[in-house]
Design a protein around this ligand. Structure first.
Ligand SMILES: NC(=O)c1ccc[n+]([C@@H]2O[C@H](COP(=O)([O-])OP(=O)(O)OC[C@H]3O[C@@H](n4cnc5c(N)ncnc54)[C@H](O)[C@@H]3O)[C@@H](O)[C@H]2O)c1
Length: 332
């Protein structure tokens, strides 16, 4: 039985726990939240023991996996303790809030002698697994250029919420884009440079918070990527990613599925979601991610997104942010 301790019993702490409790190989054994009422609600819902500090939870002998789902700007404090304790760790994305924190974490997670995974849940999506298979098959020909469009047009967060504070969440460039940046790295390889313009999650108290980034990246293999991402209050919503080759193009769209465009025709690529749901649990890619993580910790396997994937994606995201903040091209 794998005993799990959760740090941060908010939206994602609860979501992961609801998915985890479908597995008979785990026990939701412990919780720490800075707000006692959140810890109590979690303990009542899942039967976990409440711990009074992250140190106490992480160092408890029976806790075999730490799940970090505190706000982004708090990840570093839990990571420091968990890495020092050499416990298996699953940390929600993004890894941390600042480049300085990333610099501190790089040697610690690169040489970590235990399990480390970052919550890049889209890696566990059957559509993305199929997209990777098609790209790697060579069917697209030479990879030329692509697009990431993550548009959220009904953003409702208000000032005072950490999710509306650039210093705490990093806005769309860190929070929203991290997933697709990771997928693009996985498909294309290493980025060379990035130029971005963004509202950096407008903090003007006279306006409701909103955010948008438009960026262009160039990869070491010559691939050019156009990136758009938004938290707007009255705008269309859509999430898709396209990779264009000289023979065909593929699009991974949340609304339309996986599409192949070739010879002027666009066709849907069938994806057998049931066949790929190897753990047979409900909850889509989030549940699949948790099942995979538990199986990997118990059986000594690697996660689909570990230290290297975390570092590569965070380096790219902090590059976008540095470009937007300075108005200059950033070279990696
Ligand atoms: N993978 C995804 O798709 C996805 C989706 C949403 C959020 N996230 C990430 O998950 C993390 C949590 O987001 P959320 O939406 O659950 O936030 P949330 O605000 O709903 O929950 C955070 C919880 O952590 C608690 N908390 C605050 N400071 C803490 C501290 N120092 N130590 C322990 N607990 C603390 C809060 O009281 C709250 O209960 C963020 O990093 C976010 O970017 C990932």
């Amino acid at each position: 039985m794998l005993n799990i301790g959760v740090i941060g019993a908010g939206r994602m702490g609860l979501n992961h726990s609801r998915n985890l409790r479908q597995l008979d190989t785990i026990k939701l054994a412990g919780v720490y939240d800075i707000l006692p009422e959140k810890a109590t609600a979690y303990a009542n819902g899942f039967g976990a023991k409440i711990y009074q500090s992250p140190e106490e939870l992480i160092n408890a002998k029976d806790i075999g996996l730490i799940i970090i789902t505190s706000p982004t700007y708090c990840h570093i404090e839990a990571l420091r303790i968990a890495l020092d304790a050499h416990k298996p760790i699953f940390c929600e994305k993004p890894l941390c809030r600042t480049q300085e924190e990333l610099d501190e974490l790089i040697p610690l997670i690169t040489n970590y002698d235990n399990f480390f995974a970052l919550g890049f849940v889209r890696r566990y999506s059957p559509n993305f697994a199929k997209m990777k298979e098609v790209v790697d098959s060579g069917e697209l020909g030479k990879l030329l250029c692509g697009e990431i469009r993550c548009l959220h047009g009904r953003y409702v967060r208000m000032h005072g919420d950490w999710f509306a504070d650039y210093d705490k969440c990093g806005g769309v460039m860190l929070d929203m884009l991290a997933h697709h940046v990771d997928l693009q790295n996985h498909l294309i390889g290493e980025a060379e440079s990035i130029y971005a313009q963004s509202f950096m999650l407008n903090q003007n108290e006279d306006e409701l918070p909103f955010d948008y980034v438009s960026a262009t990246a160039r990869f070491k293999n010559g691939f050019i990527s156009n990136i758009q991402c938004s938290w707007l209050r009255n705008a269309p919503s859509d999430t898709e990613m396209t990779i264009c080759g000289d023979k065909a193009s593929i699009t991974f769209s949340d609304s339309k599925g996986l599409l192949l465009t070739k010879g002027g025709k666009t066709e849907k690529i069938p994806v057998d979601e049931a066949a790929l749901n190897i753990h047979k649990i409900q909850g889509g890619m989030y549940a699949e991610e948790m099942a995979y993580i538990v199986d990997a910790v118990i059986n000594g396997k690697k996660p689909l997104a570990g230290a290297k994937e975390a570092i590569d994606a965070m380096t790219f995201c902090f590059g976008i942010m540095a470009s937007a903040e300075t108005g200059k091209l950033v070279k990696f």
